[in-house]
Ligand binder design. Structure first.
Ligand code: C2E
Ligand code: CA
Ligand code: CA
Length: 692
C-alpha cells in the first residue's frame, strides 16, 4: 500500500485508513507539505516536496530539515534547535507565513513561501510546513522591474492595443510630445500625426508591420503645442499565442536636435559665419555644377570678383566690429543684385565673388548682361552704409570673366576674375574690368549709350516726328509717331540703334510713355485744327512696354491727363511681340481697347504668325512690311506676299496699310491689289508736326 502512496511518512506514524486518505490528498498538492519534530527531524513529505527539492522521500525521511536550507540558515536553524532542546520553547522556530530560501539537492538556492503551524502527537510538538516554490513568480517580478526601468529610458515609448489606442507612455514620451500620461492614454496613436506624409506613407508602414512585425523610419509628428518635429520611430507588433496582434510598442527618438546640429554643421562647412553667404567650398561646388550645365546648354555664365576699396583702412581706423558690420551690409546689398539662380559668396576678408549663370549663348550679350549686374552693384554702393549710426561710403572694384562649359579650369577662371579685379583697381577704384578686352569694349560702349539715354530723357533730347498715312487720293488720314534722338555730341542717333538697348535695359518704359504722352498732346493740339482734328496717330509699342504690369494704367492716366481722344490713338505692335505670350497680349489689348485704343500689326509678313493666333487678337489693321513693298515691282515673290496680305485683311475685315511706299508705281500696283492706305517717302518724310 505504501508503495502506492506518493507522499511518504515514517511508517509508525501512519495508522488508519483515514490517515491514508489524507496522504492521498497530500500527494496531489502542488504545494510541498512537510512535517518535522521538535529536533528538526523530517517525519513526512509529500510528492511536491520531492519535486521541489530534488530529493527522494527515502533521502528525506529521518533527515534533519536543515538539509533543505541554504548554508547561512542552516547554522541559524541548528542554533534554534539547540535552544529548543535546552529550553523546550519551540516558538522561536518561527511560525506563520513568510518568504524564505530553500536549497535543492543540486545546491541551487530558491525563494519559497513558507507557512508553519505546530501540532502535537502525544506530548510531542511537531511542526507542519506548507511551502511553495515562488522562483518563477520572482523571475517575472524581476523581469517586470527591469522592463519598467527600461520603460523609463530616455527614449520615448508608447504601448497601444491592437486598435492603436494608447495604453501606456513613459516620461520621455511626455517630454518629447508635451502630452502627459493622462492626456495620452485612451487616445489613438494618431494623436501625434502631422499632415506631412501622404496617405500612402502610412499604408506602406502598416503593410510592412503586418508582414515583418516591425517597421522603422523617419516620421514628422506634431507636438501638443502644434510644433512639427522629426523623429525616428520604431514600431513592433506584439502577437498573442494565437498569433494575432495584441499590442504595438513604439519607440521614438526626437531628431529635431540632431537635425539642427546637422544643419549647423552644414552651415559651418559651407557658409561664411559672418555674412551667412556661401563660402569658397560651396562656391567651387556650384561653379563646377554651372560649368557642367553650361557644357550642355552652351550658355555663358560670368564670374565677378568684388573687392571693397580701402577696406583695410576702415578696419584699421574704425575697428574690426565696424568692418564686420560693413561686410554684412555689403553681403545683403550684393544678394539684392542677383537672381535666385546666381550665387554670391564670400571668400574671406573683403573679397566677394558673384557667379551669374545661363546669361546668353552669345558672348557679347552675356558680357552686356553681366554689365547690367555690375552697374546695379555700383549703384547700390552709391547709397551709404550705416556703421554705428554713421553714414559711410565705400566703393567696389569689380573684375569679371565669362565662362562656358569646361573651356577653362576653375582655377584659371578665378585667376582671370582676380586679375581683372586688380586691373579695375589700378585704373581708378569704383570701376569694373573684363578679363577679355573685347568684352570690355562691348560693355563699355553699351554702358555709355545707356547712360546717355538716361541723360537724354532728362535733358529732353528726344523728339517725336510724324509721318503721314494717306488714302488712295493721297489725302492725309493719320500719322505714325517716330522717335528721334538729337544727341548733343553724336548728332542724330537712329532709333534702330537705341531702341533695342532701351528695350533691354527697361529704359523703353519711361521713353515709350513719353512718346505716348507726346502723341496725346499732339492729338489735343490738332483737335483745335479744322484740318487735322480727325487724324489719328499710330505709336510704336514694344514688348517690354505692353507686358509691363502698369502699362494699361499709365496709358489711361496719360489719356486722362492730356484729354486726348483715345479713339484717335493707335498702337503698332509686332507679331513676334504678340505671339511671345498670346494670352497675356489678348488681355492687355482688350483692356486698352476698352479705353478706345485701336491696334495695327506692324511689319506684317516678316514673322511666322499662324492665322489662328491672329484671329484671336482684337486687331484693326495689318501693316505690310516695307521690305515687301520695296521690291513689289521687281520680285514676283514679294508681289504675291503683298497680294495675299491684302486679301487676308479683306477676309478678316481688317484695314491694310502698305508702308515704305517710295514710288507712284508701287502705289499703283498696291491699289490694283486692293490696298487703300499708304505710308512712305512718296507722301512725306517723318518730320516735326508743324511741318504738316
Ligand atoms: P517701324 O515702326 O517699322 O517704322 C518705320 C520706319 O521706316 C521708320 O524708321 C521710318 O522712318 C521708315 N520709313 C518710313 N517711310 C519710309 C520709306 O518710304 N522708305 C524707307 N526706306 N523707310 C521709310 P525709323 O524712324 O528709323 O524707325 C525705326 C524703327 O524704330 C521703327 O520701325 C520702330 O520699330 C522703332 N521705333 C521708332 N520710334 C519708336 C517708338 O517711339 N517706340 C518704339 N517702341 N519703337 C520705335
Ligand atoms: Ca511702326
Ligand atoms: Ca514697320
Amino acid at each position: 500500500m505504501r508503495e502506492q502512496l506518493t507522499s511518504s511518512v515514517i511508517p509508525d506514524t501512519a495508522s488508519d485508513l483515514n490517515e491514508m486518505f489524507n496522504q492521498e490528498i497530500l500527494s496531489h498538492f502542488l504545494d510541498g507539505v512537510i512535517t518535522i519534530d521538535g529536533q528538526g527531524i523530517i517525519h513526512s513529505v509529500n510528492r511536491a516536496v520531492e519535486q521541489i527539492f530534488g530529493y527522494t522521500s527515502v533521502q528525506l525521511l529521518g533527515a534533519n530539515v536543515s538539509l533543505l536550507m541554504p548554508q547561512p540558515f542552516r547554522s541559524h536553524h541548528d542554533e534554534y534547535i539547540r535552544q529548543y532542546q535546552h529550553t523546550g520553547q519551540a516558538s522561536i522556530i518561527g511560525k506563520g507565513q513568510r518568504e524564505v530560501r530553500g536549497q535543492r539537492a543540486d545546491g541551487t538556492v530558491f525563494p519559497m513561501d513558507l507557512a508553519v503551524f505546530e501540532f502535537t502527537v502525544g506530548d510531542q510538538i511537531h511542526y507542519c510546513g506548507i511551502l511553495r516554490d515562488i522562483s518563477a513568480r520572482k523571475q517575472i517580478e524581476t523581469d517586470l522591474r527591469i522592463a519598467s526601468y527600461a520603460f523609463e529610458a530616455p527614449i520615448g515609448m508608447v504601448v497601444t492595443d491592437a486598435r492603436t489606442r494608447i495604453l501606456k507612455v513613459n516620461h520621455a514620451f511626455t517630454r518629447i510630445t508635451g502630452y502627459t500620461e493622462r492626456e495620452a492614454i485612451g487616445n489613438p496613436a494618431s494623436l501625434l500625426r502631422s499632415d506631412h506624409h501622404p496617405a500612402e506613407f502610412w499604408t506602406d508602414m502598416w503593410d510592412c508591420l503586418y508582414q515583418n512585425h516591425i517597421w522603422e523610419g523617419e516620421v514628422w509628428s506634431r507636438r501638443k503645442n502644434g510644433e512639427m518635429f522629426p523623429k525616428w520611430l520604431t514600431v513592433t507588433a506584439i502577437r498573442d499565442e494565437a498569433g494575432s496582434i495584441s499590442h504595438y510598442i513604439a519607440t521614438m527618438n526626437d531628431l529635431s536636435e540632431q537635425k539642427a546640429s546637422e544643419e549647423a554643421i552644414r552651415q559651418l562647412a559651407l557658409y561664411d559665419p559672418l555674412t551667412g553667404l556661401p563660402n569658397r567650398r560651396l562656391l567651387m561646388d556650384r561653379l563646377r555644377q554651372a560649368m557642367s550645365v553650361g557644357a550642355r546648354n552652351a550658355l555663358y555664365g560670368a564670374l565677378l570678383f568684388i573687392d571693397l576699396d580701402h577696406f583695410k583702412t576702415l578696419n584699421d581706423t574704425l575697428g574690426h566690429s565696424c568692418g564686420d558690420q560693413l561686410l554684412k551690409q555689403v553681403a545683403d546689398s550684393l544678394s539684392g543684385c542677383i537672381r535666385q539662380s546666381d550665387t554670391v559668396a564670400r571668400l574671406g576678408g573683403d573679397e566677394f565673388v558673384i557667379m551669374l549663370v545661363e546669361l546668353s549663348s552669345d558672348p557679347i550679350s552675356a558680357a552686356e548682361r553681366t554689365k547690367l549686374v555690375v552697374n546695379s552693384i555700383i549703384d547700390k554702393f552709391k547709397e551709404p552704409f550705416l556703421l554705428n549710426e554713421e553714414h559711410f561710403h565705400t566703393t567696389p572694384s569689380i573684375g569679371a570673366t565669362l565662362f562656358v562649359g569646361h573651356r577653362e579650369s576653375i582655377d584659371d577662371l578665378l585667376i582671370q576674375a582676380d586679375l581683372a579685379m586688380y586691373k579695375a583697381k589700378s585704373t581708378g577704384r569704383n570701376g569694373y574690368c573684363f578679363f577679355d578686352p573685347e568684352m570690355q569694349s562691348a560693355a563699355l560702349k553699351r554702358s555709355t549709350l545707356e547712360m546717355d539715354i538716361r541723360q537724354g530723357i532728362q535733358q529732353e533730347q528726344f523728339v517725336v516726328y510724324y509721318q503721314p498715312q494717306v488714302n488712295v487720293k493721297e489725302q492725309i488720314k493719320a500719322f505714325e509717331a517716330l522717335l528721334r534722338w538729337q544727341h548733343p555730341l553724336r548728332g542724330f542717333v537712329s532709333p534702330s540703334e537705341f531702341i533695342p538697348l532701351a528695350e533691354e535695359t527697361g529704359l523703353i518704359i519711361p521713353l515709350g510713355l513719353w512718346v505716348i504722352e507726346s502723341a496725346c498732346r499732339q492729338l489735343v493740339a490738332w483737335s483745335q485744327d479744322e484740318q487735322r482734328r480727325e487724324h489719328s496717330i499710330a505709336v510704336n509699342v514694344s514688348a517690354k512696354q505692353i507686358y509691363h504690369s502698369d502699362f494699361v494704367a499709365e496709358v489711361k492716366d496719360i489719356i486722362d491727363r492730356t484729354g486726348a481722344d483715345p479713339h484717335l490713338l493707335k498702337m503698332e505692335l509686332t507679331e513676334s511681340l504678340l505671339l511671345a505670350n498670346v494670352d497675356e497680349s489678348i488681355i492687355k489689348m482688350k483692356q486698352l481697347r476698352d479705353l478706345g485704343i485701336r491696334f495695327s500689326l506692324d511689319d506684317f509678313g516678316t514673322g511666322y504668325s499662324s492665322l489662328n493666333h491672329l484671329k484671336r487678337l482684337p486687331l484693326d489693321q495689318l501693316k505690310i512690311d516695307q521690305s515687301f513693298v520695296r521690291d513689289v515691282l521687281l520680285d514676283e515673290h514679294d508681289a504675291t506676299i503683298a497680294r495675299t496680305i491684302i486679301a487676308l485683311g479683306e477676309s478678316m475685315s481688317l484695314n491694310v496699310i502698305a508702308e515704305g511706299v517710295e514710288s507712284s508705281e508701287q502705289k499703283e500696283f498696291l491699289i490694283r491689289c486692293g490696298c487703300r492706305c499708304f505710308q512712305g517717302y512718296l507722301f512725306g518724310y517723318p518730320d516735326l508736326p508743324e511741318r504738316y
